[in-house]
Write a protein that binds this ligand. Sequence first.
Ligand SMILES: [Zn+2]
Length: 478
Amino acid sequence: MVIRCRLRAYDQTERAKVIKLSFHGAAGTVTGSKYLLDVNGKRILIDCGMFQGKHELRERNWKQLPFEPSTVSAVVLTHAHIDHIGYLPRLVKEGFYGTIFCTPPTAEITRISLMDTAELQMEDAEFRNKKHATRHAPALPLFTVDDVDDTLKLLETVNFNEWIEFSPEFRFRYHVVGHLLGAACIEVRMNDNGREVSILFSGDIGRFGNPLVKNPAEPPTCDYLVCESTYGGRMHPAEDPYFQFDELVDRIVKEKRVLVVPAFAVGRTQQIIYLVDDLVRHKRIMPIDIHVDSPMAVDATDIYIKYHDYHALDLEQLDGIGSVLNGKRVHLHRTRASSKKLNDLKGPAIIISSSGMLSGGRVMHHMIHRLPDPGTTVALVGFMAEGTLGRKLLDGDRQVFIHKMPIEVRAEIVVVSSLSGHADYYEILHWLEPIKTPPKTTFITHGEPDQSLAMSEHLVKERGWQTLIPKLDQSVEL
Ligand SMILES: [Zn+2]
């Protein structure tokens, strides 16, 4: 009898072990988000991001995944930043053929963003092979536009707050989380033969009061939480971005400088155009030309016009968002030739070009050309991951290397952190406020180690929550 009891107890424990969560990205670092959920042999992946920044991280994009892509039934995306979607074409190339769920704006941004990344990767490989600037012979793109085409066929759009039950083991729904048009946190409910477990993936948590997205919605109470910690140990300046930007652009106009803003073509680019337009309309600054140097920018602006229900801009007051984002002072540069011509541009002017972390893209040629020029100001407005040129400029390096060429930094470097798209730790705590029953464990991810540790300490000390900072490829049982 005793033995039978023990056996039953053992069986119970075994039963409890068949729900598994594995962290295959954004653990110990900010990029490469990939969380694998395993219920009774069925698998889904939350986000499928590319590793960016340090060389050893980027190398991971080329390593074999610790799971077989064809065994994953679905990928559920939080939002369309490359560190959350940039590995999708590779996953498909390696055998994934399930469904990729996302919100409608995320599908559109994913389309233009993956196409742009594939083209950049292909151009970069060609450039390296031509210049023999590669240790790999030949240099190859991580994925091609054909791989992106295959990926886009798998996208399925889902609205916010709608339960999607796609297998007896998994159902999920999206909640608004700000950050980027269409961005969501994901509430997943898993069922293992009658045992229900819920988990909330925060995705990237936005900030309150950004008109280009909606405010993050109240998060639901869940058994487990996976929480980002990009700014887990920092607080953004209380200063309104409006005033910080007002002073900066006013000075750019008066001193006839060229302001270069490295920014992703979707989201921040529109935010800056909107801010400048608003400052001009309120006669706080003189009009200034804005050059958006991105082949994606036209499509990106159209997405904002099409999905006006997903942001908080007052269309009536603005006389149509298109008139602001396509204003006569806004010049769009689609071609490479048109982008190169910007080298002759004299101030006052603003150039917005991607990538946002200065980790590739057209902005790099502007950096080669303009960093040695004291008449240039570079505004760092977003998060800069370790190993990126953006981080080196943020750290005050006066000499940097681009394509192995030494470049002297004589340009002025300014930080406009109040324009950040990520909540700081205080805002994350505020967002989590409605959760009155603490999750059994909160997994702290998507942060550099010091930031994740700080976020963990805030939750432990201020909320009394139990936390765990997972290591890369660590699995836990839920
Ligand atoms: Zn993001």
